[in-house]
Design a binder for this molecule. Sequence first.
Ligand code: NAI
Ligand code: MG
Length: 368
Amino acid sequence: MATHNLLLVPGDGIGPEVMGEVKKLIAYMNANGMGRFETEEAMCGGCAIDAHGVPITDADMERAKATDAILFGAAGGPKWDKVAYEIRPEAGILRLRKDLQLYANLRPAVCFPALAASSSLKPEVVEGLDIMILRELTGGVYFGEPKTITDLGNGQKRAIDTQIYDTYEIERIGRVAFELARKRRNKVTSMEKRNVMKTGVLWNEVMTALHKREYSDVEFEHQLADSGGMQLVRWPKQFDVIVCDNLFGDMLSDIAAMLTGSLGMLPSASLGEINPKTKKRHAMYEPVHGSAPDIAGKGLANPIAMIASFGMALRYSFDALKEADLIDAAIANVLASGLRTADIKGDGKAASTSEMGDAIIAEFGKLA
Ligand code: NAI
Ligand code: MG
């Protein structure tokens, strides 16, 4: 059995609480011959600012580069609102994403049957939903130069953001989309705005050529990002993998996420380039939610997003598909049994963070 290295980065607020449940799950898997995981811990965010004066140290960055996969909790909180912009907690996460070139952001939107009734959409629209939004994460308008605000001297200012995409950036995210689709329902929808944006024209051209050249077995379509967003709330089950740039992906993934329930349920993965020699890639797995300072330290946090993020690590970094499926099934069964943390609770007593974690691990053990 191969040994897998994991760098655990619990961070701030509820980060350590939800990470605690994943640690229990890892210990359970190690003890029951379901994998061999070696874990190390690193600091990122406010905790690192308190300990070292920076949101992540160079030494921890080196460990992040060396590990097979990073599991990240959450960073930030009101305690660090006043620190300088360059060393704010988020700067630690951004450094991880940028230095490891984690360009492919995977945001699954899965609707657990037990929660379909609490979606803001009709239950029949979301029941059984299982789609993947793939967002380009290291390019586009958030990073392009020039990026300025200039005083025009006549009482007016001018703000400029620049969207830049090169062929290779589009091609590599496209490849991730088609590879993902082949392991799912074999369909990719590319969203851009080629009617008004040059980057949309190139995006469309590169995706179409890549599909024709290497992935013609995959069903492929384009939609304009604005009407695509409309389709996403009208009938989301028409999609399998949606791929788009950084800006559209930011919005569409948040919309898709909310079709399915609470922030406390949503995992994500951010993947880098596959090294041709080692066949490995940098990867970071984290819940979509933040450090939730309002409930931190109270044992109220929902650990499902963090546990599901570990499930994504099993699937995308360690090829442990069986165990990843078991984690998803255990979560679904526990929800079906009626157990709920406060964020997803209807009537009745809410489970604590560790009650929810324990129940998922027990169910996982039963299914295995
Ligand atoms: P948040 O996601 O931390 O919380 C939003 C709301 O959702 C809160 O009411 C919170 O209690 C609830 N919530 C979030 N996760 C939950 C969970 N697992 N279980 C139950 N309820 C949950 O976002 P907010 O309040 O905007 O940000 C708080 C701090 O987190 C800020 O400092 C922000 O910068 C940081 N943040 C960090 C992120 C990261 O580490 N990737 C992402 C988003 C925010
Ligand atoms: Mg967003």
